[in-house]
Design a binder for this molecule. Structure first.
Ligand SMILES: C[S@@+](CC[C@H](N)C(=O)[O-])C[C@H]1O[C@@H](n2cnc3c(N)ncnc32)[C@H](O)[C@@H]1O
Length: 190
């Protein structure tokens, strides 16, 4: 009986510690651990024009949902960069359990230090503050012609090439055009 109790206690403790880490690590890096809804992801990837065989990077992969949708539904190669070790282990387990073959990969990495030169499409769901910090790194790292799709927040000094008002999705093409959402909207109403 006491062995069983000890086992239940151990499992509960491990579960509690993993849950805590799942939320604490992203918070430490200044982002909530908030996933994008699947239909919003599909719309964003369609807007970015993700094609079969292209490579998508998700900056902050979370539970890996963007990667699996990109690989399974768009036939893309998907690479997730994620700073939370529990999230990385979770995505890695999902990869092992199958479904997307070799097309999904995840790296335990800080996206500020990552090489993004192989990406055709970069996906990000972050705060405005984070995007402002990240913009110079993206501009330096991403090849000309690469599409960048941002959920919920825009890059204040760049003009998007597409914008969905209903789902708050912003698409940019590298190198970014100087401007803003306002300059984009003004051109659209001309
Ligand atoms: C808002 S969630 C988005 C998750 C996923 N991309 C989605 O859309 O469902 C942000 C994720 O970014 C991760 N993150 C935050 N800062 C990071 C950094 N510097 N490098 C890599 N990942 C980071 C967090 O751990 C979290 O999982």
């Amino acid at each position: 009986m006491s062995v069983l109790l000890l086992f239940v206690y151990g499992v509960s403790l491990a579960y509690f510690a993993l849950t805590l880490l799942w939320f604490l690590v992203p918070a430490f890096y200044g982002l909530p651990s908030k996933p994008t809804q699947p239909n919003r992801i599909r719309k964003a990837l369609r807007m970015a024009g993700l094609k079969e065989g292209e490579t998508l990077y998700d900056l902050g992969a979370g539970d890996g949902r963007v990667l699996f949708i990109a690989a399974r539904e768009f036939g893309a190669n998907a690479v997730g960069l994620e700073v939370g070790p529990v999230q990385v282990a979770f995505v890695w387990l999902r990869i092992l359990l199958g479904g997307a073959g070799e097309r999904v990969r995840v790296r335990w990495a800080n996206y500020y230090r990552a090489d993004l030169s192989q990406a055709d499409v970069v996906f990000i769901y972050a705060t405005l503050r984070e995007l402002m910090k990240l913009a110079p790194h993206l501009q330096k790292q991403m090849r000309a012609g690469t599409r960048l799709v941002s959920i919920a927040a825009d890059f204040p000094e760049w003009e998007p090439t597409a914008f969905d008002e209903e789902s708050l999705i912003f698409v940019y093409e590298m190198p970014p055009r100087q401007g803003s959402l306002t300059t984009y909207l003004l051109k659209r109403t001309d």
